[in-house]
Design a protein around this ligand. Structure first.
Ligand code: BMP
Length: 299
């Protein structure tokens, strides 16, 4: 059993050093929801209508701001207002993938000014650690959080094996302040053998290498208070297994939360494409994912 999966979201919230991760875990516990809705629609009105109908059921609303044809910062302001009123966090699924200097600008400037309204965003680890340094220079002072894409849900994607291992290592090396977790299909943050040994020996400073480091960055394991805690958010979820015609692959909430030990299911078309019944369907997903989490805790 992975050390993180036996703790409640509330217990994890108390120990988390990042304000966005803490708020997300608190919301999950308060609303009994480990469901994120992905509102992949192309007008402001459609996005807001969906958010207003499912906002009370979810812990997180995920956006793709570059598909919204009439995006304005007033829309972003309204989304932030709803996030406070309905108690969810906003995750802009931007998937940054450039050098540090460029992503710094893409995150803070342009039409979208993502860092001004999105609590959480994500990045591909492909360009190397400079992408984290660039994004954190903007986001960390604002208390934002970053997820790295360690795995993907689409068929035959390249984010597997060594790539996934190195994504986790990159997160550990960056420290605990800004990188709060992963987009992944599994509990990818398996404790490394060296970290375990260090924990047993009570070593808490500076002799490790790479992902086993437990130095002043607060990486790795340095006693229970210092225990690392990554959030795993998982897309590719519907109530029954399957896929679409473009390589998306779906698993069920139970498979993702119970079998794979992930934290949050991300559901797009499973909710917003069921027109007129979005709230009802969102409740079905919320219940299924929450029951899977409760069952996991009892194991
Ligand atoms: P849907 O449930 O409609 O298939 O949507 C899934 C959402 O999650 C989309 O917004 C997609 O961009 C995102 N996503 C994904 O499907 N797989 C990944 O590996 C990473 C993603 O962000």
């Amino acid at each position: 059993m992975h050390p993180t999966t036996i703790k409640t979201y509330a217990e994890r919230a108390k120990l988390h050093p990042n304000p966005t991760a803490r708020r997300l875990l608190e919301i999950m516990e308060r609303k009994k929801s480990n469901l994120a809705v992905s509102v992949d629609v192309t007008t402001v009105k459609e996005v807001l209508d969906i958010v207003r109908s499912v906002g009370t059921k979810v812990c997180c609303v995920k956006t793709h701001c570059d598909i919204i044809q009439d995006f304005t910062l007033d829309f972003a302001k309204e989304l932030v207002r709803l996030s406070q009123q309905m108690d969810f966090i906003i995750f802009e699924d931007r998937k940054f993938a450039d050098i540090g200097n460029t992503v710094t600008l893409q995150y803070s400037a342009g039409l979208h000014r993502i860092s001004s309204w999105a609590d959480l965003t994500n990045a591909h680890p492909l360009p190397g650690p400079g992408i984290i340094s660039g994004l954190s220079s903007v986001g960390q002072p604002l208390g934002r959080g970053l997820l790295l894409l360690a795995e993907m849900s689409s068929k035959d994607n390249l984010a597997t094996g060594q790539y996934t291992t190195e994504a986790v290592q990159m997160a550990r090396q960056a420290g605990r302040g800004f990188v709060v977790g992963f987009i992944a299909m599994n509990r990818v943050d398996i404790p490394s053998p060296v970290s375990k040994i260090q924990k047993v020996n009570g070593m808490v400073n500076g002799h490790g290498h790479g992902n086993a480091s437990v130095n002043g960055n607060g990486n790795g394991y340095g006693g229970d208070k210092e225990m690392e805690d990554y959030l795993i958010l998982t897309p590719g979820v519907q109530l029954s297994k399957g896929g679409d015609t473009l390589g998306q692959q779906y698993r069920t909430p139970h498979q993702v939360i119970f079998d794979s030990g992930c934290d949050v299911i991300i559901v797009g078309r499973g909710i917003y494409a069921v027109k007129g019944k979005e709230a009802e369907v969102a409740e079905e997903y919320r219940k299924a994912a929450w029951e899977a989490y409760e069952r996991r805790l009892r194991c």
